[in-house]
Design a protein around this ligand. Sequence first.
Ligand code: AMP
Ligand code: MG
Length: 419
Amino acid sequence: MVRPPRLRVDCFALPPGVQWTSVEDALMHLKANLAPVTVVERVPAGRAAGRILAAPAIAARDNPPAANAAVDGYAFAHAATGEGDNILPLVPGRAAAGVPFTGWVPEGHAVRILTGAVLPEGTDTVEMQENVTVEEGRIAFRGPVRHGVNVRRKGEDVTRGKVLFPAGTRLRFNDIPLLVAAGLGEVPVFARLRVGVLSTGDELKAPGSPLGPGQIHDINRPMLLTLVERWGHEAVDLGHAPDRREVVEALLDRAAGEVDAILTSGGASAGDEDHLSALLREKGQRHIWRIAIKPGRPLAFGLWQGVPVFGLPGNPVAAFVCALVFGYPALARLAGGTWPRPEGSLLPAAFAKRRKAGRSEFLRARLGADGRVQVFRSEGSGLVSGLSWANGLVHLPSEGNDIAPGDPVNFLPWSAFGL
Ligand code: AMP
Ligand code: MG
């Protein structure tokens, strides 16, 4: 099978000397250095929703492929009709959907036609049956009728050769009818990106299990698996590693053979138990990015046996925000998509906040019924209730101007992150 080239080993290396990286620069770096890593396959159009086009989708035919009737009625040449009463003799036979009329209709004659039937030769206009009386092999209707009325023109929807979607488009549920109408029974798409999700930490227990002293439930793994699936990738549960280097290493080794990208959470800093970070440094390629973002501690990016690893923070809210801000576009790109740019809207703040310059902040936010943006009662990055409360994030830029109620702020609904 033809495989795309692997990522360059230094794809996560920031320019030397860079200490703190802005969110914008970090995103630009990822955009410039990541490329699709999956193979191309063909899928039926009806299975293509959520998949990413590996080549432009080009209309293979006109839609409609031929002029046809939009109503049940009678077809004739407009040239022979006029004001007042029109009486046209009927030619025998009829045109029905899928069973075209094979003859020719002389000017001044009409033929019975049903919705969806190809317009017979010699006709260009259809009068609907409700406006027509039929008697003794003739029809009568009141003129004038408009030329071409009740006719769906050949190619009026789509013309053959038109680029419907460029390569890299993630097809939406509402794009499928167009593919089929344009004659595309199958489309080339990138194989789904398999994204492994791994949690690290001695304190973590499976969701729902009883907790011993000092233990907490593993929130991040189900959270990240859900995000990955919502983004249209194949989510692979890599389980949970205790803070033991050899276990983390074995899990990464196994994962590298199974998945195209790995999201981990926890253990990404430089603490005693930050095995993920240490392993990547010693046995893979690791780059720590000190990104000027709140919430979020340093993020670790690296390759493990050529597979990109995104080391997210352990705090659930920080992991969530970093997954949306960095993981969403990075995974989209690895999966073959064009780089998504979150589209926010500037809306008045319903809150006040004093700020320091230097860090971009992403707060759990909610668009109120009054059109103003509210923020969660606390910025504590362990408060996952705020994720449920929110219906998006508000992005406060690093310039750090204080915010007063009514000031415009950039609200990013979940949909801005492909959710
Ligand atoms: P760490 O980066 O491993 O030091 O983790 C930072 C904080 O996040 C600690 O309080 C951890 O207990 C917590 N944490 C790490 N991983 C998870 C997880 N999967 N679910 C919930 N909390 C976590
Ligand atoms: Mg930990």
